[in-house]
Write a protein that binds this ligand. Structure first.
Ligand code: IVH
Length: 668
């Protein structure tokens, strides 16, 4: 066979196999037998092997994943990935309806969908091909997990049919069906591995595996429920999704349009029971305004759109026996009582433990070992005990005496005035506290040191290599290789990642320090306000509480933390190691002719790629945003700009410029 003939044959096989994938995985209506499918696949594999130059990442043979083990790259979301505001009662939905109706008038439709309980994904399609798959991340930037997503058979790599926009984004939920989840957990238990807590965690964990060949073996699937782009087929969310099904997407069948909130209630009531017979987990109903124009008019808050809401079904309850109570010590020394339960099935997963929060909670519930208790799963992963069936209490039971000594180090526990939690005061000598602080320090939202998990931290600590976060910066590859389970490659990775963490901005370093009550947001506020660790250390309770959003509790904790000489010493050593202890200025905004100007770009350019033009603007001091608003100064329009953007720019009176004009204005 010559090359040209092979190319034609390969293309045909790819197309045919993609179609059969669609019939099988999306429509659930296979048109050929598994055997015939395998034969076609083998033929394609053989040809691709013979003609490696005809490689295509979108070939159906690529769905098996690969063994490349690498860290994920990150990418920006072109449109931020918002979450939905939640409603727990029908009254809240009535309020939502009232707000929408105020803007919309009487005549509009809602789309009711199920709320799939998995992990969100954003798929970028360019000219009919899957280009990138990005996780939610922080909503503006996520991990690129394209190789992993390709292994999900129902996600089209190449679109079929016609009429799809050149460039658009498809969002949906990656989930693990219940039977697949049970099977996976059974296998994990057999291999002596920790089972996943629920299908959602299993799906999210699987998507983050570094080895896509492993992902291919896990039973993931995906529903797509949101399409975003500039030239979508119609003004209706519902219609657009139906059309997208014809392009090859697995759009949920359960989706209804309704004209009134009463009809929405009926949908909710019907699915409260019916959803239990589905093969996957759902935890509510999502209600969306159908018209894109109206969606646009309603807009979004920083967190969630005003045109949609999620109604959450009440948590399920189960009844089981409390076998015993054990106590866990966290990184701040807080002692949390944990209930060990007779395993029971709750909302599709087996529950063995539940949190009891603190001593007051135990007293309040008067829960005792041997009791039959009610457990509930809220939004949290760990279920909680909500009550006791007193009629089943064993006659000889006695109230729980909360422990008085730390279960980890034996210190006498303390309790602060007005606080519910008992804590172990032995900050520097209590192992779970030391390890917890290091684990927090290296966590993703803090210093983001990958390669170092809980187990490695344990090893480092047990071997006396690390006592506090600053010790990490003195580790050598040689020391690491000697630890059990760590090879040379992982050791080198860890060292590299520790080195890289020196670039982490000050606000995250501050968060990483693990000062009580200083979470991500507070750390950011404090970093921006005080600019450097030196100035923050000098701040008094009064200066701190003068900062918006900082109350007495936070202020007291910050002052207390800095008053401890051990912490001053820790900071000195971290500074010496080269960590950022002050704000470096906003790295996103350079000095230049575009200072203070906001741009939106649309279309294709001759001099620049889409990313390059953004960089160009930013390097000249400008800011680029995704959508037009009254603050936008210029719309830079290339070839085939989005018509809705052009219209909107005209309505808002925003100046439209070409890339040449942009370059001229930059003076380059
Ligand atoms: S629409 C801007 N539809 O719930 C709105 N989300 O808390 C985009 N989810 O991030 C989301 N089922 O991960 C939408 N039918 C559905 C959904 C759904 C589940 C998830 C999704 C989203 C989260 C919101």
């Amino acid at each position: 066979m010559d090359r040209e003939e092979a190319r034609r044959k390969i293309e045909k096989l790819r197309r045919v196999l993609n179609e059969h994938n669609y019939y099988y995985y999306v429509l659930n209506q296979p048109r050929i037998s598994d055997f015939e499918f395998d034969m076609l696949m083998h033929e394609l594999e053989a040809l691709e092997k013979q003609f490696p130059e005809l490689y295509d990442p979108a070939s159906p043979t690529r769905r098996v994943g690969n063994d490349i083990n690498r860290e994920f790259k990150q990418a920006d979301h072109v449109y931020p990935m918002l979450s939905l505001s939640n409603a727990y009662s029908l009254e809240e939905l009535v309020d939502f309806d009232r707000r929408v109706r105020k803007d919309a008038g009487a005549d509009f439709l809602y789309v009711c969908e199920l709320k799939y309980d998995g992990t969100a994904i954003s798929l970028v399609y360019n000219r009919g091909r899957l280009q990138q798959a990005i996780t939610r991340g922080d909503g503006t930037r996520g991990d690129v997990v394209t190789d992993n997503i390709r292994t999900i058979r129902s996600i089209p790599l190449v679109l079929q049919g016609e009429g799809y926009p050149d460039h658009f984004i498809m969002r949906g939920e990656v989930y693990m069906p219940r039977d697949g989840f049970d099977r996976l957990n059974r296998e994990r238990i057999e291999r002596g591995e920790e089972p996943f807590a629920n299908p959602r965690n299993a799906a999210a964990g699987t998507l983050k595996l570094q080895n896509s060949a492993q992902v291919a073996k896990r039973p993931l699937d995906c529903f797509l429920y949101y399409i975003l782009g500039e030239s979508l087929p119609t003004d209706s969310h519902y219609e657009n999704l139906q059309t997208a099904r014809r392009w090859g997407f697995r759009i949920p069948q359960v989706m209804e349009r309704h004209g009134s909130i009463e009809e929405v209630f009926r949908f909710i009531n019907r699915w409260e029971e019916e959803r239990r017979s589905l093969s996957y987990d759902t935890d509510g109903v999502v209600i969306k305004v159908d018209s894109l124009r109206l969606q646009h008019r309603l807009g979004s808050t920083a967190k969630s759109p005003r045109w949609a809401i999620a109604y959450k079904y009440k948590a399920e309850q189960a009844k089981t026996r409390l076998l015993s109570i054990s106590y866990q010590v966290g990184r701040t020394g807080t002692v949390t009582p944990v209930a060990n339960l007779d395993p029971v099935l709750l909302a599709g997963t087996t529950v063995k433990r539940a949190t009891l929060h603190n001593a007051d909670q135990i007293k309040l519930l008067d829960v005792r070992p041997g009791d039959t208790v009610y457990i509930e799963k809220g939004g949290e992963i760990i279920p909680k005990i909500t009550g006791v069936d007193l009629s089943l209490r064993p006659p000889d039971s006695t109230p729980v005496e909360f422990i008085t000594y730390c279960p980890a180090c034996g210190s006498l526990l303390k309790r602060n005035e007005g606080e519910a939690a008992w804590f172990c005061p032995n900050e520097t000598g209590c192992p779970p506290q030391i390890k917890g602080r290091i684990e927090h320090f290296i966590s993703r939202k803090a210093m983001n040191i990958d390669g170092l998990g809980e187990e490695t931290v344990d090893l480092l600590f047990e071997n006396g290599l690390v006592q506090d976060p600053a010790d990490l910066y003195h580790l050598s590859p040689g020391q690491l290789v000697h630890l059990e389970r760590l090879g040379e490659k992982s050791a080198a990775n860890i060292i590299r990642s520790i080195e890289k963490s020196k670039q982490v901005p000050f606000e995250r370093v501050l968060y990483a320090l693990g000062i009580r009550f200083v979470g991500e947001t507070v750390a950011r506020t404090l970093a921006r306000h005080f600019q450097s660790i030196g100035r923050l250390r000098e701040a008094s309770v009064e200066t701190l509480t003068a900062v918006p959003e900082v109350g007495e509790k936070i202020a007291g904790s910050v002052v207390h933390w800095f008053a401890d000489p051990k912490n001053t010493e820790l900071i000195r050593r971290l500074k010496e190691a080269g960590l950022r202890m002050e704000i470096a200025g906003d790295p996103g905004i350079a000095e230049g002719p575009f200072n203070g100007l906001q741009f939106v770009v649309s279309g294709t350019f001759t001099r620049f790629s889409r990313d390059d033009i953004k960089t160009f603007i930013e390097e000249h001091g400008g800011k680029v945003t995704g959508s037009l608003s009254s603050r936008t100064r210029y719309l830079v329009a290339g070839g085939q700009p989005g018509p809705s953007k052009m219209d909107k720019a005209q309505t808002l009176g925003i100046e439209i410029i070409s890339e040449e004009e942009l370059v001229r204005m930059a003076g380059t």
